[in-house]
Design a protein around this ligand. Structure first.
Ligand code: ADP
Ligand code: MG
Length: 693
């Protein structure tokens, strides 16, 4: 007897639903995409109980005639493609014709729709894939779909749903994405009867981003516009390097206005930030990639959140270069690294070693031409050209703060280490765990770890990574009792914008033997001596490396050290890269390595630490990252270990030397790890503080 049978429709639909419908946000995604494809100018999304109890999407699109409203729930029923040829150039968001069938197989669905030509609207009711009722109804032009009791007939799936707050967050995130991608459509989103987002038709992305995030967010963004229309045109906004996030959750990436999670683009974006942001720290981004339709295959995954580019490398180049150019035009990096003259190198080598406080005085007047004048207007302000009425916070801004506080409450309740973790890449209902293209170091361990990241992404950017601690005595000095508390300078001292730096910086002394106190035309400056030197050395190493002229110092007695098995696994790949920087390494028997020479500036005592640290952080993923990225990592690590430390007295000449060198670097205000190098307290703020103005 034969044993194979064709499954009934409602069973195969449920199986398909496993891929398309993972959580309420994936249902919303399909419905919103359908509304956009139907040419809607207004889309309203309402949810209750995190979308489990109710999820309603209304639009004013073209609607469906009576027969289509019924057909729409058949599997592979679509109006968007006709044959396989159409798969090569898909212009609509949908095309698989399985979303409505899948959703209707795992929920109670009611669809009401009206086209321009018909007398009455049609209402179709389907429960768990079974058609219950079709009748005439009243509805304005467009379509409303109500999805109730998601997974009512699939208890196993229901169990996987997260707390209401988590599901609500994913829904909010989803609506945010589509609202950003379609400023020409008005979006309204309400949760349990309360309106969370109301964005009217906007004239462009900037206005839409303002409606959603407010002007603070916008003020800190840099505009991206680059690439090539035949391959990929790149537009949108990215954050300045000082904005640091520990996850990619603030990255909104779109391909032909389709919301995607793409490792290639994510990685190329990070590479655009090479030398100003380290691995494991991410910029915020709203990036739109427009390619000719035939350049991209969107039929890669049922949830359509992955795409495949025909010329992937060219797209990645376009993203990286466009982002780099945006950083360069805002002054965060220089277009071309300045070749460093031999004289400078010698001065550096001599100065960096033990000779702190030595006589390497150099005038800072020589190279001022490379520093932009302070009078130049802020390119950001000019770029955004904010209208005066943009100054007050908009009404329609998503109330993220209250949303997130409810998420955090839910987290506290839900924390349950027994539950196995599910990665955040499942946001839209599929298991692409690969968001961490280039060495995501964020651990997504257990329970709702994902929500910690999500919450963090909406809070202000993270604080700087740990730095060498100040001496205990410096920190424990208690202010003399009896004095009234001073006003904190925190809100006055700000990281310095690169274009406001002039060469007219005069060092006055040191604070805690760690920060150089200086003045310039605008006020008082504090320069972190360690990170300033790190920036100087980083640029130097990168320049030397690209000219293949690294300088070594031979060790009298080679240092040996033993690799852990994990370190040994990456050592052979990393060694040639390290040798470009002046290391001479020899693998002895087994996992023992001898260091025979180190880069000129690196104290021998630091070499071992640095190697161990690098071998630990460069994992298999990064090894395969672009060479430039890996070299940046090595240069940054070298710079950090060779740089003068905090708690080190500096002679006045040494301070001037450091400031002089710093001003010539590619990015004097940001260290290779993205931290600020200089803080400024403006004379104006000092005057205000003393109530003189
Ligand atoms: P797909 O979007 O892949 O075509 P769906 O199952 O999502 O498949 O939808 C099936 C069809 O139903 C669509 O091709 C479209 O013709 C119609 N449809 C769905 N939603 C709407 C809507 N909101 N407005 C008008 N037509 C719709
Ligand atoms: Mg669809």
């Amino acid at each position: 007897m034969s044993k194979i049978r064709v499954l009934p429709d409602h069973v195969s639909n449920q199986i398909a639903a496993g891929e398309v419908v993972e959580r309420p946000a994936s249902v919303a995604k399909e419905l919103v995409e359908n509304s956009i494809d139907a040419g809607a100018t207004r889309i309203t999304i309402e949810i209750e109980a995190g979308g489990r109890r109710l999820l309603k999407v209304s639009d004013d699109g073209e609607g469906m005639v009576h027969d289509d409203a019924i057909l729409a729930f058949e599997r592979h029923a679509t109006s968007k493609i006709r044959g396989s040829d159409d798969l090569n150039a898909i212009a609509t968001l949908g095309f698989r014709g399985e979303a409505l069938a899948s959703i209707a197989s795992v929920a109670k669905v009611e669809l009401t729709t009206q086209t321009a030509g018909s007398n009455a609207a049609t209402r179709v009711t389907i429960d768990g894939g079974r058609m219950r009722d079709v009748k005439d109804a009243a509805h304005p032009l467009g379509t409303t779909i109500i999805v109730r009791d998601l997974f009512f007939n699939v208890p196993a799936r229901r169990k996987f749903l997260r707390s209401e707050a988590t599901e609500t967050f994913h829904l909010t995130n989803l609506v945010t994405h589509y609202a950003l991608a379609h400023p020409e459509i008005a979006f309204t989103f309400s949760n349990n009867g309360r309106e969370v987002l109301h964005a009217g038709v906007a004239k462009d992305l900037r206005e839409r981003a303002y409606q959603i995030f407010g002007s603070d967010f916008l003020d800190n963004l840099l505009e991206v516009d680059g690439g090539h229309p035949q391959v990929a045109h790149i537009s949108g906004y990215v954050s300045a390097p000082r904005d640091r996030r520990t996850s990619r959750d603030s990255q909104f990436l779109f391909v032909n206005r389709r919301f995607v999670r793409d490792r290639l683009i994510g990685r190329a974006l990070s590479e655009g930030y090479r030398s100003v942001l380290p691995h494991g720290v991410y910029p915020a981004a709203l990036l739109f990639i427009e390619t000719p339709l035939e350049e991209v295959d969107v039929n890669v995954h049922p949830a359509k959140t992955e795409v495949r580019f025909r010329r992937a490398a060219a797209v990645a180049d376009a993203v990286r270069e466009s982002v780099r150019n945006a950083l360069a035009s805002a002054g965060f990096v220089r277009e071309e690294p300045e070749p460093i003259s031999t004289a400078h190198q010698q001065a550096e080598s001599a100065a960096v070693g033990a000779s702190v406080g030595g006589p390497e005085f150099k005038s800072i007047t020589a190279d001022v031409a490379t520093v932009k004048s302070a009078a130049e207007p802020d390119p950001l302000k000019r770029e955004f050209n904010l209208r005066p009425d943009y100054q007050s916070p908009p009404q329609s801004k998503i109330d993220f703060a209250s949303l997130m506080s409810s998420v955090e409450e839910a987290l506290a309740e839900e924390a349950d280490p027994e539950t196995p973790g599910r990665g955040d890449a499942e946001t839209l209902g599929h298991g692409d765990t690969g968001t961490g293209g280039d060495g995501d170091t964020v651990t997504r361990g257990h329970g709702d770890m994902e929500m910690d990241d999500v919450a963090a992404s909406l809070r202000p950017p993270v604080a700087a990574s740990p730095r060498p601690p100040l001496s205990a005595s410096a920190l424990s000095r208690v202010p003399a009792s009896g004095l009234p508390p001073f006003n904190s300078a925190e809100k006055f001292a700000r990281p310095v914008a690169p274009e406001s730096l002039s060469a007219n910086i005069r060092p006055l002394g040191q604070l805690e033997e760690s920060f150089i106190i200086a003045t310039d035309d605008e006020g008082l400056l504090l320069i972190d001596q360690h990170v300033a030197h790190e920036r100087v050395l980083f640029d130097k190493y990168r320049a030397l490396e690209s000219e293949r002229r690294s300088e070594s110092q031979q060790l009298l007695v080679p240092e040996t050290f033993d690799l852990t098995p994990a370190q040994a696994a990456v050592f052979d790949d990393l060694a040639p890269e390290l040798e470009r920087y002046g290391f001479e390494l020899m693998r002895l028997s087994g996992r023992t390595v001898a260091i025979k020479a180190t880069p000129a500036d690196l104290p021998a005592s630091e070499a071992r630490n640095m190697l161990a640290e690098l071998l630990d952080t460069v994992d298999a993923e990064k090894k395969n990252a672009a060479h430039d990225t890996l070299r940046d990592e090595i240069a940054a690590s070298l710079a950090c270990h060779a740089a003068i430390k905090v708690n080190m007295p500096l002679a006045p000449e040494k301070m001037r030397w450091l400031i002089d060198r710093l001003l010539q670097t590619s990015s004097p205000t940001t260290c290779p790890h993205g931290r600020p190098v200089i803080l400024r307290l403006k004379t104006r703020d000092i005057l205000k503080g003393f109530h003189r103005i």
